[in-house]
Write a protein that binds this ligand. Structure first.
Ligand code: ADP
Ligand code: ADP
Length: 231
């Protein structure tokens, strides 16, 4: 867990388009923060800047105590869950979960422990031997989340993770992800989360605080209750 501070963050794309205009935001240790807003409001741009997938053209980004503007993604202590799951089709679920740790040289015993803990947390121990094409959409999404969990990152980044699921599964996954955040907190490993969505229901039911964006500017940052009372 770590706090994430955005200070006067700007993004000017190479074609000269200014997508983000001086965003200031402090995301607390262990907080579940949702970025919400219509298509084009720059929520993905902001998330990708935090992830190290997009350069920061102005301002300062800090994760924990470190300025990370110029750090590569690998060195930022983050794990990202993508909309399209990005699972390796030729690997079992177990190996999908283990792959990143293997690359990082994690000792085998530790790797096995972390994979099994993540599988338990996400109730997918029975899926470890399957291949991605043998999974339902919701199961594949759980594996994608599991792949982030095994890394024990400081910060979890979610980019519209439920938008490929049908409405019923989406509702179930909203609950599951919220419970997971609570479980990690109860276990003394609170996870800082930045969760991007265009779905207002997701934002209102999952966010501890919600950051409403419009055209690269923050319009409001508040709790769901406060936003509901003064929209
Ligand atoms: P959102 O995730 O909220 O839909 P994006 O962050 O994808 O919004 O985009 C924010 C704005 O930046 C949009 O106007 C988009 O057209 C623009 N944009 C995104 N990527 C690029 C790029 N590579 N070059 C120029 N403009 C871009
Ligand atoms: P490798 O082939 O990468 O050397 P092993 O097959 O020797 O790994 O397995 C090492 C540990 O990883 C075992 O203790 C086993 O519990 C676990 N493991 C490996 N593959 C799977 C799998 N598909 N399902 C469940 N556990 C697995």
């Amino acid at each position: 867990m770590a706090r994430v501070s955005l200070s006067k963050i700007e993004k000017v794309y190479p074609n000269g388009f200014k997508a983000v205009h001086g965003v200031d935001l402090d995301i607390r240790d262990g907080e579940f923060m949702v970025f919400v807003g219509p298509s084009g409001c720059a929520k993905s741009t902001l998330l990708r800047m935090v992830a190290g997938l997009e350069s920061i053209t102005g301002g300062e980004l800090r994760i924990g105590d470190k300025r990370v503007n110029d750090l590569p993604a690998k060195a930022r202590g983050i794990a990202m869950v993508f909309q399209n799951y990005a699972l390796y089709p030729h690997m079992t679920v177990y190996d999908n979960l283990a792959f990143g740790l293997k690359l990082a040289g994690t000792p085998k015993k530790e790797l096995d422990l972390r994979v099994r803990q993540a599988a338990q947390l996400l109730e997918m121990e029975h899926l470890l031997e399957r291949y991605p094409k043998q999974l339902s959409g919701g199961q594949a999404q759980r594996v994608a989340v599991g792949r982030a969990i095994v890394k024990k990152p400081e910060v979890f980044l979610f980019d519209e993770p439920l938008s490929n699921l049908d409405a019923k599964l989406r509702a179930a996954m909203r609950v599951r992800l919220t419970e997971l955040h609570q479980t990690l907190r109860d276990q003394g490993q609170p996870a800082t989360v930045i969760y991007v969505t265009h779905d207002q229901t997701e934002a209102m039911t999952m966010g501890e605080r919600i950051c409403v964006l419009k055209e690269g500017v923050i319009q409001q940052v508040d709790t769901p209750v406060a936003l509901y009372e003064k929209p």
